[in-house]
Write a protein that binds this ligand. Structure first.
Ligand SMILES: [Fe+2]
Length: 182
């Protein structure tokens, strides 16, 4: 699937300095625990900082790989209203993600008892950093009635077994322009 780029809607400008700084901090850390990942993502990340990698797909969330090393991977995800992940864990990987734009709805499930339903329901506002330790089971979504796209930046350490395909979002349909935020 191709990603429809959103750059025009956010003014076209982007910076790589902030994401480059995040990557440099990850490279310098001796141990990439979930708390260390969250600390790195405490850095203010604006929407323009993600725009080089940010895209959207009609069918579901658009995951764009920024960098994958032996120790970690960093991914930008664009979610239109109604897009969500499946219920999943991250295997042996620690995960932290930052909400850059929009609201991230998260369901946390009891380990090994997903069928019992979610244990915790949380809406994470922009600027929030969320931690998920290895083995944590959750689902993340942009609510169907959300009034804007959701943009998140994720770090997994070590990298997930099945990484997203590295790609650069393509410029395409204007029908995927976000609705006005309130
Ligand atoms: Fe996850």
């Amino acid at each position: 699937m191709d990603c429809a780029v959103w750059t025009d809607a956010i003014g076209g400008a982007h910076t790589e300095d902030v994401i480059s700084g995040v990557l440099a901090r990850l490279d310098a850390l001796p141990e990439l625990t979930v708390d260390a990942l969250a600390a790195v993502l405490a850095t203010e990340i604006g929407l323009p900082d993600t725009s080089r990698w940010l895209g959207f797909e009609r069918e579901g969330r658009c995951r764009t790989l920024v960098r994958r090393t032996d120790r970690y991977e960093l991914i930008v995800i664009g979610w239109l209203p109604g897009h969500g992940s499946p219920v999943h864990d991250h295997g042996a990987s620690a995960c932290a993600f930052r909400v850059v734009r929009g609201d991230a709805f998260e369901e946390r499930f009891p380990r090994g008892a997903e069928a019992a339903g979610p244990r915790i329901l949380t809406t994470h506002r922009a600027g929030t950093v969320v931690r998920a330790s290895p083995g944590e089971v959750h689902r993340v979504a942009n609510a169907p009635d959300a009034n804007e796209p959701l943009v998140t930046v994720h770090i997994y350490a070590p990298p997930l077994a099945v990484p997203p395909v590295p790609r650069r979002p393509r410029r395409s349909s204007p029908t995927l322009q976000p609705r006005a935020s309130t």
